[in-house]
Design a protein around this ligand. Structure first.
Ligand code: GRF
Length: 199
């Protein structure tokens, strides 16, 4: 499978995917990084792995439809078949959703539908939640609302801090995303194969 990873920041999930492609655990080719933040560390990771990147600034386009059209041309140029969102901080619009129906997935650091949107980790701490976790889901037009593929939960300790929770969540993400992508690419649809492993 030829995939594109979309990221806006650090790109540690992108790196986890690069690593499993290299090791052969994920049978995919990362054809392209798409990034909306020219300073994002994810771009350095792409360069180091010799993966081409398409970097754009949304404000240089007049609309979402226009920048997504530009993204779409790049995806076509690289024959991309599947889109993996990994810390991409924009809602995907009808242009990309229409072209990649059922072929866009996202990872989110909470047990959706709890704590959607920005800073899910901060939201879980502020709510004094006993549990949070990681959700991998198909992407639709909403904010973290698409059909859930898998969830893994994380227990919040009494003395849980932002750093400690983020660390636990990212450890799960870096293992779970490659695993689920490989399932999707080799076994097809795994919607609702919900597994809740205590961490
Ligand atoms: C991850 O926690 C992911 O769940 C969320 O954004 C974060 C991205 O982290 N969507 P990174 O850029 O992959 O390090």
């Amino acid at each position: 499978k030829k995939i594109a990873v979309f990221a806006s920041g650090n790109g540690s999930n992108f790196q986890a995917i690069i690593d499993v492609v290299k090791s052969g655990e994920l049978t995919a080719e990362i054809s392209l990084l798409v990034c909306d933040q020219p300073d994002a560390y994810a771009i350095d990771r792409a360069n180091a792995a010799r993966i081409p990147s398409f970097v754009f600034k949304a404000k240089e386009y007049s609309s979402k439809a226009e920048y997504e059209q530009a993204i779409l041309s790049e995806l076509k140029r690289y024959d991309v078949e599947f889109i993996v969102l990994a810390g991409y901080m924009r809602l995907v619009g009808p242009t990309l959703l229409g072209a990649y129906q059922g072929k866009i997935v996202n990872i989110h650091p909470s047990l959706l539908p709890a704590f959607p949107g920005k800073d899910a980790i901060g939201q879980a701490l502020a709510a004094k939640a006993k549990w949070s976790g990681v959700t991998i889901h198909y992407v639709d037009e909403g904010m973290d609302t698409g059909p859930i593929i898998v969830q893994e939960r994380v227990k919040l300790e009494e003395d849980e801090t932002r750093d400690s929770l983020q660390h636990k969540i990212q450890q799960i993400e870096h293992k779970l995303y490659p695993e689920i992508l490989q399932m999707l690419f080799t076994q097809g649809d795994v919607i609702n194969d919900t597994k809740a492993r205590a961490y």
